[in-house]
Design a protein around this ligand. Structure first.
Ligand code: LLP
Length: 463
């Protein structure tokens, strides 16, 4: 596509309006390894590549918008988590971040377990060959049909989220002549430092059973009496995109407190605790996530210390990272369509996707970075807002970022760190066609989730 000139907009303005951004980066062509998947780099011609393939070639072959996922990076992150926690712990990848049959196969091959939270995720996991006993089934309102299927296929654990569910799962398991392994999800009363909608351990919300007021202890008391259940442990998930392990430490302390109470009251030492997921990733170079081995060390130490103090055998720990595994491994590739400089404000750069492929900016005020990837540019930085093509002014992908001032329609720009909660939360708003996910590895690229077509839309419309 030809590059058309556009009127000069705010470039190096002395004063920029209010926004998320810091100063323009020293080098707009840089692809900071903190936010880009491991094999992403720029070749001698200035074109970004992933797995050795130029993004220009990928755009030609697969179209835009599209998510490109670095398979080697995904597998390396699985191994890093598994190695960090070692053989005395279990790592469950949280499928809600992004799930497909290819991903399930990679997880299986890399020795990870899988957390699913719906019948659809369970189907995908089983269809791709994940052994049922390596699956944990979550959710605050699992349907009786979902529970029955999970019990029937023999999932490794069901995480119970309410008093009703304790009875429901016990009843279903018993009627199938089974004893289901379960954990009980508790809310420990921690205020995680993250967006309100993704914090899950304060008491005033829908997940889990509060430790406060003895509710969680009562839930365990009831579950222990039911023949259909084998209570294997306590589960706590405090929220998402968290950088600071202090919240996990408080959670571990309180969960161990409950284990002690259970031991004192029932003479039973529950063998497992699950501390959930939630570890943050770098969306912009300003974020500093912790490495899996750091996290494993901190969690192991706190649990061991607390258990020694309570004279309990140290339980087997499990964790459920989703975002920290898949988030950094993918980027979304867009083509620039229109460019609208607003004097004294910023330049609006419209791309061929938007809130239908990344709702996180609109929903959580999430921050992303962006780069021109189809060529290098030495033009001045231009304060930009990357927006989509939807009929909504909140349709923002990247709120404030610097792109080169010679940006033009037809250029390809990419938003890194979109592996988690972007395709999995994608929608058909305005009848947008959800983009494909393309796995790239060793110079090869293959579609693992295909692009939706207009026929797909019409197939569901049976009126
Ligand atoms: N375990 C449980 C029980 C969870 O509910 C979640 C996330 C995870 C593990 C994985 O959390 P992660 O490690 O991926 O942060 N849509 C939001 C995030 C919602 C997370 C829901 N539960 C976002 O885009 O930030």
């Amino acid at each position: 596509m030809s590059r058309s000139a556009h009127p000069a907009g705010p470039r190096h303005a002395d004063v920029y309006p209010e926004g998320h951004y810091s100063a323009p980066p020293a080098d707009l062509n840089g692809l900071d390894e903190k936010v880009w998947a491991k094999t992403v780099t720029r070749n001698a011609d200035g074109v970004a590549t992933v797995g050795g393939i130029e993004v220009t070639r990928l755009a030609e072959e697969f179209g835009t918008p599209a998510y490109f996922l670095d398979e080697a990076d995904f597998r390396a992150r699985c191994r890093a988590w598994a190695d960090a926690f070692g053989k005395d712990a279990d790592v469950f990848y949280a499928g809600k971040a992004f799930l497909s049959r290819a991903v399930v196969k990679w997880l299986h091959e890399e020795g990870l377990n899988l957390d699913v939270c719906s019948g659809g995720e369970l189907t995908t996991a089983l269809d791709a060959g994940m052994p049922a006993d390596r699956i944990a089934f979550h959710g605050n309102n699992k349907s009786p049909q979902e529970i029955e299927r999970a019990v029937r296929v023999g999932v490794g654990r069901i995480v119970l989220d309410s008093f009703q569910e304790i009875v429901r799962v016990a009843h279903i398991a018993q009627s199938l002549g089974k004893r289901q392994r379960v954990q009980i999800r508790v809310t420990v009363g921690v205020e995680a430092h993250t967006h309100e909608f993704i914090a899950t351990a304060h008491e005033d919300q829908k997940f889990g059973i509060p430790l406060a007021g003895g509710q969680a202890a009562e839930a365990v008391r009831r579950a222990l009496q039911l023949d259909g259940l084998e209570v294997i442990g306590i589960h706590s998930h405090i929220g998402s995109q968290i950088f600071d392990t202090s919240g996990f430490e408080v959670a571990a302390h309180r969960v161990v407190g409950l284990l002690k109470q259970i031991r004192d009251e029932h003479g039973v030492e529950l063998p497992e605790i699950d501390l959930g997921g939630g570890l943050g990733i770098a969306y912009t170079p300003d974020d500093d996530p912790r490495e899996p081995h750091d996290i494993a060390k901190a969690l192991n130490e706190i649990v061991t210390r607390e258990c020694e103090a309570a004279r309990l055998r140290t339980p087997r720990i499990s964790v459920e990272p989703g975002r920290a595994i898949v988030g950094p491994t993918a980027f979304t590739l867009y083509e620039v369509g229109t460019i609208k400089p607003l004097e004294g404000l910023r330049t609006y750069v419209s791309v061929d996707g938007g809130m239908s492929d990344n709702i996180r900016t609109a929903l959580y005020d999430a921050e992303y970075s962006v780069a021109l990837v189809s060529r290098r540019s030495d033009a001045e930085p231009m304060l930009s807002r990357v927006v989509g093509k939807h009929c909504e002014s909140g349709d923002i992908v990247v709120k404030d970022a610097f792109l080169p001032a010679d940006l033009a329609p037809g250029d390809l720009i990419a938003v890194p760190a979109t592996g988690a909660y972007c395709r999995s939360m994608a929608s058909n708003y305005n009848h947008a066609l959800r983009p494909p996910v393309v796995a790239v590895a060793d110079g090869g690229a293959r579609v693992i989730v295909r692009r939706e077509t207009e026929e797909d839309l019409l197939r569901l419309d049976v009126g």
